[in-house]
Design a protein around this ligand. Structure first.
Ligand SMILES: NC(=O)c1ccc[n+]([C@@H]2O[C@H](COP(=O)([O-])OP(=O)(O)OC[C@H]3O[C@@H](n4cnc5c(N)ncnc54)[C@H](OP(=O)(O)O)[C@@H]3O)[C@@H](O)[C@H]2O)c1
Length: 303
């Protein structure tokens, strides 16, 4: 079976490629830098795309079984200036439109589109479980996710099973939030950000990849799917668990106003939260490898 993958060079994409190949799929990567791709026993090929316009890459979708679209400018790499916010939105929305336009041109269309989105869709919600039926929230991330999902939804109107993965904070070494959070803990200066009461919807990267594969292989999975662990914690709970596993105290909170001064609007990412529950994927039968934060952090920091 042939899978088209964008963002396959990223933090989630790289191990996903290995898993797909191990399961016997052939993978076609759409990337801005195809020369950087190492072949994996001929099961991976790479095509250039710019993430927004049509091109020769679109022919690769003909007869493919599935498209997984993870592409997007990193959210936390730079301060959210107007220009950077525009890049964050357009790198996602334009990529999703480019994909659905390529699908439209196919005679033999893929059966499923799995599109990344994020829990930021729900905005800031102080309390109460949030399943996939919860309304969209306010703020820049909510708006971005909404536009991103609307673009991917064009595939649904062509009769293609479409899954929007509302991804939480993905945890594993070598990238993502953990690498940014561990330094203050190493220096004995770790602690919760803001009040610490905000919810911190997290997921171990193995489960993230597990949910992508489960969504690919189970035709009952469609529409928005929360990709978060079933054991959500508050920011304070997360920092305390991180401190324990790193054998460091979690005692030095960073007040919200400092984060707002340092990061500007980007502080929304750290100070807002939602108690997201993976209702749909759990009901569909997905079994989490790391349902609680202690087991996830223990394996991440082992050795
Ligand atoms: N990691 C998380 O905690 C998390 C949480 C919620 C949602 N998500 C979403 O899940 C997706 C994958 O996450 P990730 O952590 O694997 O992301 P990542 O490591 O930043 O990788 C994203 C990929 O997108 C492509 N890309 C980057 N900037 C781009 C641009 N300006 N235009 C077009 N393509 C661009 C790159 O591929 P090429 O260089 O090969 O083109 C890159 O490998 C992202 O869209 C992210 O927003 C992630």
């Amino acid at each position: 079976m042939k899978i088209i993958l964008t963002g396959g060079t990223g933090f989630i994409g790289r191990p996903l490629v290995n898993q797909l190949v191990a399961k016997g799929y052939s993978v076609v990567l759409l990337t801005r830098n195809p020369s950087g791709i190492k072949e994996t026993k001929g099961a991976v090929e790479a095509h250039y795309w710019d993430g927004r316009s049509n091109g020769p890459w679109a022919a690769a979708l003909e007869g493919a079984d599935a498209v997984i679209n993870l592409a997007g400018e990193p959210i936390a790499a730079k301060r959210w200036t107007l220009k950077q916010k525009e890049r964050i939105i357009s790198s996602r929305v334009d990529a999703a439109y480019a994909i659905v336009n390529a699908i439209r041109s196919c005679e033999h269309k893929p059966k499923v589109l799995i599109n990344a989105s994020a829990v930021g869709y729900y905005g800031n919600v102080d309390d109460g479980d949030i399943d996939e039926s919860h309304d969209r929230g306010k703020g820049f991330l909510a708006q971005t996710c909404d536009l991103w999902e609307q673009a991917a939804a064009q595939a649904e109107s062509m009769g293609i099973r479409t899954v929007y993965l509302r991804i939480g904070v993905v945890l594993e070494r070598g990238g993502g939030a953990i690498e940014k959070m561990i330094l203050p803990f190493r220096l004995f200066a770790g602690g919760p950000l803001g009040s610490g009461k905000q919810w911190f919807p997290w997921i171990h990267r193995d489960d993230m990849i597990g949910i992508v594969l489960y969504s690919l292989e189970n035709t009952s999975v469609r529409g928005p799917v929360n990709a978060t662990a079933p054991g959500p914690v508050t920011m304070k709970g997360f920092c305390s668990a991180l401190g324990k596993v790193m054998r460091r105290p979690s005692w030095a909170p960073v007040p919200g106003f400092i984060l707002r001064l340092m990061l500007g609007e980007m502080s929304e990412m750290l100070l807002d939260g939602q108690k997201v529950i993976p209702e749909k994927i759990t009901k569909a039968g997905y079994q989490f490898k790391y349902p609680d934060i202690r087991s996830a952090l223990k394996v991440i920091f082992k050795g």
